[in-house]
Design a protein around this ligand. Structure first.
Ligand code: ARG
Ligand code: ZN
Length: 873
């Protein structure tokens, strides 16, 4: 069943050109394929031709115009085999497929009446018989035939070259894509769509038409995506010297989509949630997410499409690199430190958990059962962290030379992670062989650091020890090459001290290279006792422990020159206080607030801070999920109680400061998703959260006013969330009702309405989830709805999902069992919270495992099977 990296063989036959004709019909679409094929020069004479194909009804098959007899080929559930073919030939097939019954949303399917495709990773084989692997690259010519009334718009990759009408109210358009591409980048869209159009002139003068295609009612929601696209196109020209390479670039918004978006050549298809925005329907977070996803998919045109992956084990080659590229773009466009803080706090919560659980895998896995399960935080986000380390290791100039070399050398090819790293090594002259371990070793490395200042001779001795815990299938780990960026902050001056190591002066901020299991670094001429600021900017995806005292952390929070580490010091300080409170809660003793945290917050609230966006982050306590990640054993109730206690104490002690902060950042300027406004709204809403933690009349009044003012979705959603989470139903219910009625017509806003309610801390929320699953706006067939209602409940409502009677687990397992038949990819993802059973007490462990067993007893899709097997192994 599993596929192994070590089994990779080049294809015996390749396709040089692919001609497709789709005669669209909801239940019976006919697909004709003419493949121009030739035997690979290295393949052995007479090798059989194997084509992938799933759920296809074969109508006809011919080679060089000669229909094949039944004994000349065989077809099973996964492939078609022709024993004997010429060296060069034309293969013609015709198949029938049913887009209307495709609930897995992989291949050709229907969404809100329109036809659309999702082929990555292995969806093309549900469209036609084909060598559906990324190392087979062909030019494509696609003719789409549809009804002139229900499918007036017919789109595919490349440029439209011919169109015309046909008998019986049908019409066609033919598209040519001159760039050779693997089948996973194929796309087709047909339906009743409207477009918004713009233009872009590339650096070298190519005129590109930009189109965003949406359902008519969404025409007013494309401005931000279009502006983001143009910014991304310009940025890629400057940052990487990459230009767009066709005359037309299209984005289509579809309502039913398994992921965020897809980089199909010239025809990106987006989950409508990842492209549509409007100040009244989308929050700041959504605006920023749209900007980054539009950029991500656009950047794939080079990192993914022009240079693609040899096989799916190399997925991080395109995803890690492209995430790194989109992160840098967003950092350049918005507040760079805040972007880093957001990315890292998400990473340390979710990716660390993945890397410590039963589904942990290296950035380049060595086997898989279902590749759809490997679109993970490890492949994407840890992959991006590794590219970031590379860029820091070799420096920006060599990194750019390396990426230029990569794009030039491998243009039009399907390559490997080694190929990419080799370019960086060549461009920099730095030996990256030890660094390669990052790609093959799973698990989060842990660094234990100790430091000592020698007053007598002014030395600071730093000892770093690394270890990577065992992960499934990998018991012995080798030492990694870990770049640690650091500074020594003088306790007297509050400044970064000059650093001298081995007689070399390194400025006041430098990167040291940890390569051994244990290494000592002695900084000389350190003129005052320092507090070390370690792993600045999160220079490596590791857990770093250092025995900081609370005074040290308060000191760094006030003085560190690295914005990221200032924030991190605050998080560490809060964690120390939270740990005490969690212990107090468990032991049933009275909780006492650490006054150092209160004073640190008071200081923040009254200091002159130039980056207000960073301030909003510093005033935000670690999330329950992050706190849980730090505990040896997760006690959801103690964590919830401890965090609420801190919030309430801070709110009580600093009420006037928060009120002042609220007022100072409240504005009725027309909405813009710009960094200044986003920072102001962030601060205002953080303040409101604290004020609502004590829920006095003034706070309730402020939240109600903000909700009723209906100024923009960021403010409305935040106020509604606080009102909904209130312990008073007379406050929660009317606001929810008003919002639900007002937005009943807008599916993306209804997703938010679902998500807000199911994060309520009140114990009756489980009934609410069950009730909302019957709401007319809910559908198990729509992934956004499933994520909003079920995913949010299981992933974010920790106290209620982990209820001691197991009802939360049962509900999730019921949904997984149903979705296993409808949409295996979404079903498999949904199981994640249950796979983390080992982190909880025995009662909960047993309950969670029992639900996993119940799922296992079903007839399972490969997706769900793989996850459940790992979880129970
Ligand atoms: N390549 C797409 C992106 O990162 C995601 C495709 C996901 N496909 C899937 N079957 N999960 O933008
Ligand atoms: Zn991607």
């Amino acid at each position: 069943k599993p596929t192994y990296l070590s089994d990779y063989r080049p294809p015996a036959y390749r396709v040089t050109h692919t001609e497709l004709t789709f005669d669209l019909d909801a239940k019976a679409t006919r697909v004709k394929a003419r493949l121009h094929m030739e035997r690979h020069p290295q393949a052995k004479n007479g090798a059989a031709l194997e084509l992938d194909g799933e759920r296809l009804t074969l109508i006809s098959i011919a080679i060089d115009g000669q229909p094949l007899g039944e004994d000349e080929y065989s077809v099973d559930a996964e492939r078609l085999i022709i024993e004997s073919v010429p060296q060069t030939f034309l293969l013609d097939t015709e198949v029938e497929i049913s887009p209307a019954s495709n609930t897995a949303l992989s291949g050709l399917y229907q969404s809100s009446g329109m036809f659309c495709t999702q082929c990555e990773a292995e969806g093309f084989r549900r469209i036609t018989f084909y060598p559906d692997r990324p190392d087979v690259m062909a030019t494509f010519s696609t003719t789409v035939i549809g009804s002139a009334t229900t499918e007036p718009v017919l789109l595919a990759n490349g440029n439209p070259v011919e169109r015309g009408s046909l008998p019986e109210g049908r019409h066609f358009v033919t598209w040519d894509d001159p760039h050779p591409k693997p089948s996973y980048l194929f796309a087709l869209v047909a339906g009743d769509l409207e477009k918004v159009e713009d233009r872009f002139t590339t650096a070298s003068g190519r005129e590109v038409t930009l189109q965003i295609w949406v359902e008519e009612e969404n025409l007013g929601k494309t401005d931000h995506a279009m502006a983001s696209l143009k910014r991304a196109m310009r940025w890629d020209e400057h940052a990487y010297g990459r230009e767009y390479d066709l005359d037309l670039f299209m984005i289509v918004a579809v309502n039913d989509f398994n992921m965020g978006a897809m980089e199909n050549k010239g025809l990106n298809i987006f989950n409508s949630a990842a492209v549509l925005t409007h100040p009244h329907t989308a929050t700041d977070v959504a605006f920023q997410r749209v900007e980054s996803i539009v950029a991500h998919e656009y950047f794939h045109n080079w990192s993914g499409n022009r240079v693609t992956c040899r096989d799916w084990f190399q997925l991080s080659l395109k995803e890690g690199f492209t995430v790194f590229r989109d992160q840098c773009f967003s950092a350049d466009t918005n507040s760079a430190p805040v972007k880093r803080i957001e990315d890292v706090s998400f990473f340390r919560t979710a990716q660390f958990a993945e890397d410590a659980g039963p589904t942990a895998h290296p950035i380049r896995p060595d086997h898989y059962i279902e590749i759809g399960n490997f679109y993970t935080l490890t492949i994407y986000e840890k992959g991006a962290e590794v590219v970031r380390m590379l860029s820091n290791l070799v420096g920006p100039e060599a990194f750019r030379r390396g990426s230029d070399l990569y794009f030039e050398r491998f243009d039009g090819q399907a390559v490997t992670i080694e190929d990419f790293v080799a370019c960086m090594q060549e461009a920099s002259g730095i030996d990256l062989s030890q660094f390669m371990l990052w790609y093959s070793q799973a698990g989060t490395p842990e660094i234990d650091a100790h430091g000592e200042y020698d007053y007598a001779n002014g030395d600071y001795r730093l000892i770093l020890r690394q270890r990577t815990p065992a992960t499934p299938g990998q018991y012995d780990k080798q030492a990694l090459h870990i770049p640690v960026r650091l500074g020594l902050v003088g306790t007297k001056s509050g400044r970064d001290l000059p650093l001298t190591l081995d007689g070399e002066s390194l400025g006041s901020d430098t990167v040291i290279h940890l390569r051994e299991e244990e290494q000592e670094f002695v900084f000389t001429d350190v003129s005052e006792a320092p507090v070390p600021s370690l792993l600045r900017g999160f220079s490596a995806p590791v857990k770093l422990r250092f025995p900081y005292g609370r005074e040290d952390l308060a000191f760094l929070l006030a003085n560190d020159s690295d914005g990221f580490n200032r924030w991190d010091a605050g998080q560490r300080l809060a964690m120390l206080a939270l740990d005490d409170l969690i212990a107090a809660h468990r032991n049933g003793v009275e909780k006492v607030m650490d006054t150092r945290v209160v004073e640190a917050f008071r200081h923040l609230l009254n200091a002159e801070i130039d980056d207000r966006a960073v301030l909003a982050e510093m005033l935000t306590l670690p999330s329950e999920a992050y706190i849980a990640e730090q505990q040896p054993l997760v006690d959801v109730d103690a964590i919830h109680a401890a965090r609420n206690f801190v919030k309430q104490r801070l709110a009580t002690a600093l009420r006037d400061d928060f009120l002042r902060l609220y007022k100072a950042n409240d504005s009725d300027a027309p909405y813009a998703p710009d960094p200044d406004q986003i920072a102001a709204r962030g601060l205002k809403n953080v303040a409101l959260s604290y004020l609502m933690a004590i829920e006095d009349e003034d706070a309730i009044e402020l939240a109600r006013k903000q909700f009723a003012a209906d100024h923009n979705m960021t403010d409305v959603r935040h106020a509604l969330t606080l009102l909904t989470h209130s312990s008073r139903d007379d406050i929660a219910e009317p606001a929810l009702k008003a919002f639900g009625e007002k937005w009943a017509h807008d599916p993306l806003v209804m997703d938010q309405w679902f998500a807000i309610q199911v994060t309520r801390p009140q114990p009756d929320v489980l009934d609410r989830v069950a009730f909302l699953m019957k709401h007319p706006a809910f559908s198990l067939k729509n992934p956004n709805k499933v994520r909003a209602l079920i995913g949010t409940f299981a992933g974010q409502n920790r106290v209620n999902f982990h209820r001691l009677d197991g009802a939360g687990y049962r509900l999730l397992a019921d949904v997984v069992i149903e979705l296993n038949r409808l949409n295996p990819e979404i079903a498999a993802r949904l199981i994640t919270p249950l796979t983390r059973w080992a982190r909880f007490d025995e009662t909960r462990q047993d309950l969670m495992k029992a639900e996993l067993e119940r799922i296992r007893a079903e007839e399972l899709s490969p997706n769900v099977f793989e996850v459940v097997e790992k979880a129970l192994a």
